[in-house]
Design a protein around this ligand. Structure first.
Ligand code: ADP
Ligand code: MG
Length: 348
């Protein structure tokens, strides 16, 4: 039995899968969450419900029970991560989160590494959109707090900028890419600087939400290598510890563009649970808890289907073959477009 207790902030599916990976490694977990019904409570050794992460008493209790802290989502108030980090090491480091959860800082960081992103501009007003008309058709995205397409508006022309928009938040405007493919690279970096890079995963989104992932990705060797080496550079320059993901666009000219960085385990990497001996989750727990970078081996090609909203009902009553792995996140409420589970299918 290991004597490390890992604290996890957040209790959704990513938190649940991290708890399961920790259990495999004999590492105890304590989850703190502002969601009383969060499914990770079914997998963690201890669950702390804090109505707000600002609740100092609850956070104190959490800190007293854990040796090291990680998180399942990047939109946690930065002050909270920083205050926890004064008492227990938070990995990945909070300042990484500060960069990556802010699209402007994120894209500036990536561009400064000499890596291409979509063309973009920082937007504070309708005037700013007008000045950047060359980016239309484009997508206006809130600068912070976006996920699964929330906070995104397609602008085909200046007419789509509504008169009553008051731009209370900061935005970025991105040129709409004529996509040939989307891929992602999941990568784990350890405290001693060692890195394991999973092979690129091909992704299909519907309504801006990931619907389907597969390995191998249908890409050239050149893109395969470049996607992995860019991800490695990003992880190194961030001095990242744990598992992260770089999402990419590939345009019609086969140009590789970084879409965004997720400073955490990633939905597209769920197929690593069944397709590799060590999943993205296990590697994350290994890295943040200071365990060694054990040899990762691919077991099989695979596909993953995200199960959204009501689709879960059909899956709950289905039977599966020995190549199919159904994950039901056990979320109490079924909501339209909510990620309810996933199915991984191992392929030849
Ligand atoms: P989130 O933070 O919600 O994941 P993303 O910026 O990754 O937001 O956008 C979600 C999806 O929307 C992308 O994976 C892609 O399919 C589509 N999308 C976003 N931005 C663009 C763009 N500039 N051009 C084309 N498609 C885009
Ligand atoms: Mg995304």
């Amino acid at each position: 039995m290991s004597d490390i207790t890992l604290g996890i902030i957040g209790s959704g599916q990513l938190g649940s899968l991290l708890c399961q990976a920790a259990k495999k490694l004999n590492i105890k977990t304590v989850v703190i969450s502002d969601d009383e019904k969060g499914p990770a409570q079914n997998y963690t050794d201890q669950f702390i419900f804090a109505k707000y992460y600002e609740d100092k008493e609850k956070v104190k209790e959490f800190i007293s029970k854990v040796d090291i802290v990680t998180y399942e989502f990047e939109n946690i108030p930065i002050e909270i991560l920083k205050s926890i980090n004064k008492e227990r090491k938070v990995l990945p480091k909070p300042d990484i989160n500060q960069t990556v959860q802010n699209r402007k800082l994120e894209k500036t960081f990536v561009n400064n590494l000499g890596i291409r992103t979509t063309e973009w501009a920082f937007i504070k007003s309708a005037e700013d959109v007008k000045r950047n008309e060359k980016l239309l058709p484009g997508i206006l995205k809130t600068n912070t707090l976006g996920y699964d397409g929330h906070g995104q508006f397609v602008l085909n022309s200046l007419d789509d900028v509504k008169k009553d928009w008051c731009f209370t938040a900061d935005y970025i405007l991105e040129k709409k890419v004529n996509l040939s493919r989307e891929i992602s690279v999941v990568i784990t970096r350890f405290g001693n600087g060692e890195i394991y890079t999973y092979e690129p995963i091909e992704n299909i989104h519907k309504d801006q939400i990931l619907k389907y992932s597969k390995i191998p990705a249908d890409i050239t060797d050149e893109i395969f290598k470049k996607a992995q080496s860019n991800a490695k550079l990003v992880a190194e320059k961030l001095d990242y510890i744990g598992t992260m993901c770089v999402e990419y666009f590939i345009d019609q000219n086969n140009t590789l563009l970084v879409n965004e960085i997720a400073p955490r385990v990633h939905n597209s990497g769920h197929l690593t649970i069944n397709a590799f001996n060590i999943s993205q989750f296990e590697n994350h727990v290994r890295a943040v808890c200071g365990l060694k970078n054990d040899k990762v081996q691919k077991i099989s090609n695979a596909e993953m289907i995200n199960i959204l909203g009501k689709e879960i009902e059909e899956y709950r009553s289905r039977s599966f073959s020995d190549k199919e792995f159904f994950f039901d996140y056990g979320k109490k409420a079924i909501k339209d477009k909510r990620k309810m589970g996933h199915l991984t299918i191992l392929k030849k």
